[in-house]
Design a protein. Structure first.
Lengths: 478, 494
């Protein structure tokens, strides 16, 4: 790259930040169709950002005195987050128009939140990490409450905000302890400082625990998961889709980097916490989802369960674990994009679908859609030959490499429990007889249809050529 | 030899049929087209699998028609399929029974014909793929994928309690098989290989073997099923539609026996030696207990379901005798049970289609109105009892001969079970077929029609063929079984 001052605009994050402002102005000056146009522009901007991330992968230009870091792992997750963001903007466009929520700020909020996530994934310093988390969270708080006239949306926004602020406070307290005891905010410096010691002193352990709690909140691991079902339920469906798909990617990448970069030598200290979070998330996710009648709450618990499996790979803390988490997150994103693309297009009596029991009889009126939902559900349950199975397979390979036999057995048992509620959805669609047929409408825009078909294609056909993704994920370094 | 990928073609032909059916729009008129397409795909598969048998090299104990492609770049997982003497007849059994199932559901499946045929074709692909896999991960994927179509078949087209039965079936067998996944990964970690062929040595330490053995046991004991893991079976059988029961009894139960031979005996010989008393005890309990339970049933399908558990008890005894007679007997018993119990379920289906009840009480004196049906039913009933001249005899006889080398207590248990099986089957036959018609509703019941003849007569012929010329089936599998026994003895002699 030429040594030119304008090259600064080719740094993905800076490009995205500037373009977001441009989008904001663009939306402001548009009179008609502001929402639709801004969304399209946002998708375009995100696509360009993916290109920049992809081509920027070798340069080391923008680390701002180690505030940010650069690695293949970071780039992979950045691209994943950007893809998820693009997909969720596209699939939610018609939904927003359908519920007459046409504020052009929504795609802008998504853009800023995505920017925050990219920074989160890349952050290499406690300070930049905190600021990035706040940037993405603040955008999300607003997004959750965007439907101002709806009490549930406002409630979910406020709930999310209060609990998020609390967890940020805890996180910040942990940061200050770590800073106080190591004298540095930089991940590498902390790691260097800690390498001189055999065990952590009490203050650092406290700091570590506080940070873990804050991060567990962000990935919604049990017992810090309480906000997830409520926020998922209250927010408009399309915002829920965004919540389910994108922020998890960034938070998972962050928790991985935080555990494996500054504290890599203190595996025993943090792995106990993660181990507990992982087991608790898997089982609570599996058991609590059984009783849900609201599809959004069910997906919330399902995502909690998935986080449990992802944390198994973190406990394994080896190269296979990094491979596993990237494959798992990819499959998680694909499956959630697919299911939300369907949910955002299903209408029951002119209302968007909420209750699982409304899916009754879908297999008669819409065989293709119900087949798709079944495939996604089976994939989420980890039944081969779909992509979800391979995510789980790699997680267990990583765990057994580390001789975590008990954890693996608990993991597969939880997956059997969770299979129950995924099967229940298939049961409702196929086994239950419905008297009222044809009340379910499936209207999907052309763009969402492409996203949906693409993700279904990946879910089904991953088995035929797994090496494409696996080679990428095998080369990742943290 | 054949230089084109025969095994892969056999595996994926039904799936191609399914893809074609997927694009036929279903309505009143095209549902016949869908049925024909399914029938042709399955018949084609059966004919191709006959080539597999005709071209089979009897003097080669290891895998034939091998195909191997790299599948994962980072681990040694291959798409590796092939056929040896053990899997040959399992594949033939699957390809033979599936067209019969399609025919059996020709008229009585009225709703969602398309989905039904799709499920069956997918099921066939998965079953054949499972028996043909040489890579364990591939095996596992097929092994678990079986659950999907079977869950749908029971749940959509089943009886009144179909939802309970389908969930029980799915979760029970899933619980067993996920433990196998862990065992497979542990095996891979120890040897860096997923090849069934390679792992049939003795590569694991004694303690590892014990844990691995238990994990595999969990999955196969549920599948086969052994007492006390059999409780899903009566529910699944009773609630499944006729063709579902046929496949369940005919092929899916054999997955357990096949797994025991391949994995427990082949890969974990020392642990197998340790656990033999456990298996023998469970098998004998299964044979005696489920035979007695069968005696008390009032539902025909349930009776046959329990008799399946008893027959599979003979199979597990035969497998874990680990001698030539025992293993050959177990294989014969599996094939025979696959044909006989499938045929019995089809026979039940015949009268169920006419009367819509499976209560034994309801029937009686069918021989007066359905002489042909009574004859065919008798052949299968005798096959199930194990009368000389039928397929059931060969298997039971060989197992008992083999068991004498092991322990006479086992022989007594097994023989007692065989006597009991004669009791409940003959008693069933007497109540349904003999006597005079007391129930007025049966007065104008029709004898089997042409379609049912086409289904039942090939089965009857093969049951008798198996009983008279057992060597036709024993010769191809003999060397493969000997290989397993030799490996087993070498491992345990150390």
């Amino acid at each position: 790259m030429l040594n030119n001052i304008y090259n600064i605009f080719f740094i993905p994050e800076i490009f995205l930040a500037c373009s977001s402002f441009v989008c904001l102005l663009f939306g402001l000056f548009l009179k008609k169709n502001a929402f639709r146009q801004t969304s399209n522009l946002a998708v375009f901007v995100l696509l360009l950002t993916i290109l920049l991330v992809y081509y920027d992968s070798e340069s080391n230009f923008a680390n701002y005195k180690s505030l940010f870091s650069h690695s293949s792992f970071i780039n992979f997750f950045k691209i994943l987050a950007l893809l998820g963001s693009i997909a969720s903007i596209i699939i939610s466009k018609d939904y927003f128009l359908g519920i007459k929520l046409k504020n052009f700020e929504i795609p802008i909020l998504f853009l800023f939140s995505t920017l925050g996530m990219m920074l989160m994934i890349a952050s290499n310093n406690l300070m930049s990490m905190y600021l990035a988390i706040e940037l993405q969270s603040l955008s999300l708080y607003v997004a959750a409450a965007i439907k101002r006239d709806s009490i549930s949306s406002a409630e979910s926004g406020v709930k999310y905000f209060i609990l998020g602020a609390l967890s940020s406070g805890i996180l910040l307290y942990g940061f200050s302890l770590i800073y106080g005891f190591t004298g540095s905010m930089n991940f590498d410096d902390i790691s260097f400082y800690l390498s001189k010691y055999d065990n952590l002193n009490l203050g650092l352990i406290f700091g570590l625990v506080f940070v873990m709690v804050g991060l567990a909140f962000k990935v919604s691991a049990v017992p810090f998961h309480m906000w997830t079902p409520d926020v998922y339920e209250g927010a408009p469906n399309s915002i829920t889709g965004f919540f389910a798909i994108v922020p998890k990617i960034a938070a998972v990448a962050l928790i991985y980097r935080f555990c494996l970069v500054p504290f890599e030598n203190f595996y025993l200290e943090w792995s106990q916490i993660i181990l507990f979070l992982s087991i608790a998330s898997m089982f609570l996710g599996a058991i609590a989802a059984i009783a849900q009648s609201n599809i959004k709450r069910l997906l919330a618990y399902s995502s909690i369960g998935h986080i449990g499996y992802i944390l198994i790979a973190l406990v394994a803390a080896n190269d296979d674990g990094i491979k596993a988490v990237s494959i798992y997150m990819f499959s998680y994103m694909i499956m959630n994009v697919a299911i939300f693309a369907i949910l955002l297009s299903l209408k029951v009596k002119n209302e968007y679908l909420i209750n699982i029991s409304d899916l009754k009889g879908l297999s008669k009126s819409n065989p293709i859609v119900s087949l798709s939902i079944s495939i996604i559900m089976l994939s989420m349950a980890g039944i081969p030959p779909f992509i979800g199975f391979f995510g789980k397979l790699y997680v267990f390979i990583a765990a057994i490499e580390q001789e975590l036999y008990v954890l693996s057995v608990l993991g597969v048992l939880a997956s059997v429990i969770s299979a129950f509620y995924y099967l229940r959805i298939i049961k409702i669609m196929y086994f239950d007889e419905s008297k009222s047929e044809g009340i379910i409408n499936f209207q999907i825009s052309f763009q969402s249809k492409i996203i949906l078909s693409l993700s279904l294609f990946l879910i089904i056909c991953f088995i035929f050529y797994p090496s494409l993704l696996i080679n990428i994920s095998a080369s990742l370094t943290i | 030899m054949i230089d084109w990928p025969l095994v892969s073609v056999i595996i994926f032909l039904p799936l191609i049929g399914a893809l074609i059916i997927l694009f036929i729009k279903e309505d009143e008129l095209t549902s016949t087209n869908i049925k024909w397409a399914a029938l042709l795909a399955t018949l084609g598969t059966f004919i191709l699998s006959l080539i597999l048998w005709l071209q089979f090299d009897y003097s080669n104990p290891s895998y034939q028609y091998e195909e191997k492609f790299r599948w994962f770049d980072d681990f040694n997982f291959f798409y590796h399929v092939g056929v040896d003497g053990i899997s040959l007849f399992m594949i033939l059994l699957s390809t033979f029974l599936t067209p019969l199932c399609i025919l059996a559901s020709w008229n009585n499946i009225k709703k969602r014909v398309k989905e039904y045929m799709l499920s069956f074709l997918f099921l066939e692909t998965v079953m054949i793929g499972m028996f043909a896999s040489i890579d364990i991960l591939l095996f596992y994927i097929f092994f678990e994928a079986v659950l999907i179509p079977m869950y749908l078949i029971i749940g959509i087209w089943g009886g009144n309690r179909r939802i309970y039965a389908s969930f029980k079936f799915f979760l029970y067998t899933l619980l067993g098989s996920v433990l196998m996944l862990i065992a497979i990964i542990v095996m891979y970690r120890n040897t860096s290989s997923m090849s069934i062929e390679f792992l049939q040595g003795n590569y694991f330490s004694y303690n590892t073997q014990l844990f691995l053995w238990l994990a595999f046991f969990a999955s196969f004991a549920v599948k086969i099923p052994m007492w006390p893991f059999h409780t899903w079976l009566p529910d699944a059988h009773v609630e499944a539609p006729t063709a579902g029961s046929v496949i369940l009894a005919g092929v899916l139960l054999k997955m357990g026996g096949y797994g025991f031979i391949r994995f427990s005996l082949g890969m974990l010989p020392e642990a197998t030696e340790f656990f033999i008393p456990l298996i023998m005890t469970l098998s004998i309990v299964a044979i005696v207990y489920t035979s007695l339970v069968a005696l008390a049933q009032t539902d025909i399908k349930k009776l046959i379901a329990y008799s399946s558990v008893a027959h599979m008890g003979i199979v597990t005894i035969g497998i874990f005798l680990v001698n030539q007679q025992g293993l050959e007997g177990a294989m014969m018993q599996m094939i025979s049970h696959g044909l006989v119990s499938a045929a019995l379920f089809l026979c039940v289906g015949v009268i169920y289609d006419r009367m819509h009840t499976r209560e034994i009480e309801f029937y009686g004196g069918l021989v007066q109105r359905m002489p042909l049906y009574a004859t065919v039913f008798m052949i299968f009933m005798l096959g199930s009892v194990g009368l000389p001249g039928t397929s059931g005899f060969i298997g039971e006889f060989l197992v008992i001969v083999g068991a004498f080398k092991f322990s006479s207590y086992v022989v007594i248990g097994a023989a007692f079970g065989i006597i009991l099986s004669a009791v409940y089957m003959l008693y069933l036959y007497k109540r349904i077929i003999f006597g005079t018609i007391t129930n007025n509703k049966l007065a104008d019941i029709l004898d089997i029609n042409t379609r049912e003849k086409i289904i039942l007569i090939p089965l009857a012929i093969s049951v008798i063929l198996l009983g008279i010329f057992p060597n036709l089936f024993l010769d191809p599998m003999r060397l493969s079984l000997e290989l397993i026994i030799t490996n087993y003895e070498i491992a345990n002699a150390k």
